[in-house]
Design a protein around this ligand. Structure first.
Ligand SMILES: [Zn+2]
Length: 170
């Protein structure tokens, strides 16, 4: 008989509901199970305006990076920096903060710029039609019109004072 049935009956000794000191987080950064609020409170919202060096650094980075760095990268970096400082927020939660909580000019403008770039790129790609029979190229007026409108709007945003102000102050 080679049955090895090691008892995994380890007593976890977890301190459950020992006392309620009002701590939201333990040393591991986990939110204690006592709270009944389903969505976690947003740390970046909660700490907005906080004068600690860490939170100021994160908020400054966020506002500066929003028009210069890919959003996925921003979310990763902010999440990492929070983790380094014993605050727990996943990259997805950071993205929710950017998209749904930070309703400010930079965020809205950079989202629109990204959309316009996508539209310009897509319409430019489908703008030129080549006839299979004759091999001749022709411009699709509908796609060309979309392309020029997107470029126009992009130009207007890039020339706007708000966008320039955002880019020049670093
Ligand atoms: Zn938030």
């Amino acid at each position: 008989m080679s049955q090895t049935s090691a008892s995994t009956d380890v007593d976890m000794q977890s301190v459950t509901d020992a006392d309620s000191n009002g701590n939201n987080m333990n040393e591991n950064g986990n939110v204690s199970g006592n709270r009944r609020r389903a969505p976690r409170p947003c740390i970046l919202c909660a700490y907005h305006g906080n004068t600690s060096v860490v939170t100021r650094k994160i908020v400054t980075y966020l506002e500066d990076a929003i028009s210069n760095v890919h959003k996925e990268e921003i979310c990763l970096q902010v999440s990492e920096e929070l983790k380094n400082n014993q605050m727990d927020m996943t990259p997805d939660e950071v993205e929710i903060h950017i998209n749904q909580h930070m309703i400010n000019k930079q965020v809205i403008m950079s989202n629109i710029v990204h959309d316009l770039i996508d539209i310009a790129r897509a319409s430019k790609q489908s703008c030129l039609l080549t006839s299979e029979e004759t091999g001749q190229s022709a411009v699709d007026p509908k796609q060309a019109s979309i392309y020029f409108k997107a470029v126009d709007q992009l130009g207007a945003i890039l020339r706007s004072e708000a966008f320039k102000a955002n880019k020049s102050t670093a």
